[in-house]
Design a binder for this molecule. Sequence first.
Ligand SMILES: Cc1cc2nc3c(=O)[nH]c(=O)nc-3n(C[C@H](O)[C@H](O)[C@H](O)COP(=O)(O)OP(=O)(O)OC[C@H]3O[C@@H](n4cnc5c(N)ncnc54)[C@H](O)[C@@H]3O)c2cc1C
Length: 659
Amino acid sequence: MTFQYDVIVIGGGHAGCEAAHAAARMGARTCLITMDMNKIGQMSCNPAVGGIAKGQIVREIDALGGKMGEVTDACSIQFRMLNRSKGPAMWSPRSQADRGKFIWAWRKVLENTPNLSIWQDTVQKFIFADNISESGASYSKNKKEENASPEENSSVPRGTIAGVETKMGVRFEAKAVVLTAGTFLNGLMHIGRTMIKGGRVGEEASYGLTEQLKEFGFVTDRMKTGTPVRLDGRTIDFSLAERQDGDADFHHFSYLPEEDELKLSGENGKLPQLPCWTIQTNEQVHEILRRGLPDSTLYNGQIQSIGPRYCPSIETKIVTFADKDHHLLFLEPEGTDTQEYYLNGFSSSLPIDIQLEALHQIPALRNAVAYRPGYAIEYDFFDPTQLRHTLETKLCRGLFFAGQVNGTTGYEEAAGQGLLAGINAALQVQGKEPFTLSRDEAYIGVLVDDLVTKGVDEPYRMFTSRAEYRILLRQDDADMRLTEKGYLLGLADEHRYRLLLEKKNWIEKILSFCNEFHVKLSFNPVLESLGSTPLKEGTRLVALVNRPELNVLLLSEYIPELRELLEAIPNRREEIIEAAEIRIKYAGYIEREKIVAEKIARLENIRLRPDFDYNSLQQLTIEARQKLSRIRPVTVGQASRIPGVSPADVNILLLLLGR
Ligand SMILES: Cc1cc2nc3c(=O)[nH]c(=O)nc-3n(C[C@H](O)[C@H](O)[C@H](O)COP(=O)(O)OP(=O)(O)OC[C@H]3O[C@@H](n4cnc5c(N)ncnc54)[C@H](O)[C@@H]3O)c2cc1C
């Protein structure tokens, strides 16, 4: 049996869902092949989306016309805007999501996307176009002989993808293939000394693909991640835990107004909001965990690969922070129709008895019964410096990688990559120019540039500190940065684009009003009543909005013209007012970052030829020559970010390019 498509996406995780939806929306005939349709968009670890810097990525995905934001809003059981006490560059949305409903929301999206088919099966083999025996092996060997040093020619493709073959013996022919196999490639799970082959608990691993790509010439390695125990809520004593409720304001992930949101059921489609709970470990817990260390896969040599530094297991925490007598844990509900709780912060691959004995030392969990233990998993990933900024592999034309297979961790990082890979797969088959995002345009741009330029030596997760232009990449303005791009790509629809224009228009109206409206000394009694310093002379309203204790909404209560203007905003009023206010209060910072970004952009505009012979530049350090030859930066800007390429090396490049 043979099927023909434009784009094949392997894997229905967070990367695969976005990739498949984007490619199909853009008009490419797309097939998503995934092992289990009932696990589409499965959250392998915590039932939550967003968080610091990750939340900004979800807003960007939504702004471009991706679906993670809408799916999350539809399944949200608690929303919080993290870091509200800090500046708006740090505000990060986060949502607890109903794990089961998240899957069905994704299915609803994908099953209703034109041009998109879904096929439940396991991909076992790639088909390459111009090779001899349909295996990359023979092709790559021939090519390798031609290329004395593959490293030197890492940007020259050795072949072209033509499709895939599945376990059921079906052949899918396509001009572009996006691999998003997550933690499934040769996945091996660990619970104490017990090892189980699989991609996730209860699911088979994926074999053959890594080996075939290795033969083709791809560099691959192993990483590890872990997950905590899940508990039966009926056996938790919540009276001994601290309750944490969500926000009750207008914020959510999608830029679409509430009435346009994806609805799963009911009138308004909103799920009941649930609290999370916090508890602490104690010395007794740590004592038992220490006793289990000889059986810890992390400390007895059973696991060799590197795990996520910022999501350490509980056993790593008690070893690394040996002087700490407690660690904070969160009990997070898994959904509205289940008793299951996720014990955030207690990720572990210790033997089951040790995990349970330890957690029983926490008063609220004295009688807790587990549904599933924590475990660790090792899997294959591919060195992401083998990718272009489009996420197409340099070695194989038409083959794209996205998500955990690129050495990242996290649903949001995966989804952002999936979206970009799906967009570029569609553009490529349609013979159109590729689409990339720069570091001053989006966190997704930072993520991809970091991956393809610096590579990874541990699972990569996004942080605000990775972005040099944080104040430009805020969660409130991802639509202003990206929706037009999404619209021009054919991904964001007309309705979304019109909403953007409407929002821009209203923000400009508010800004103009604040800049033009003159406040007289007669306003002083109001200022005094609001605890704000009285004016010595008249001023423009914008000066008052800039005061920390004042804001647009508050001032509108005393300025009827402003109130009238705000009341005329037809929808998303609070969101628009907040966005305008951020533009006023942070205007200085925003301007400064824009100037720096423009200066740096000059380096980004100086392009480097992909076949440039860096070894001929004796003035460069040996390390710089090797790194430049391997990464093959597209611009001088990218070259300057490669670890091992010093500012002196960049100056030499600029000097020679000048000549
Ligand atoms: C145990 C565990 C713990 C984790 N802990 C954390 C954590 O603490 N923090 C964090 O940020 N992230 C964590 N993650 C990672 C998080 O789940 C991933 O970052 C995210 O799911 C990656 O998305 P993805 O789309 O790349 O892959 P996945 O979500 O893994 O999806 C891969 C999909 O590909 C399918 N697939 C694989 N191979 C094939 C094939 N050959 N043919 C067809 N379909 C295939 C699978 O069925 C699956 O649907 C954890 C993951 C696991 C498994």
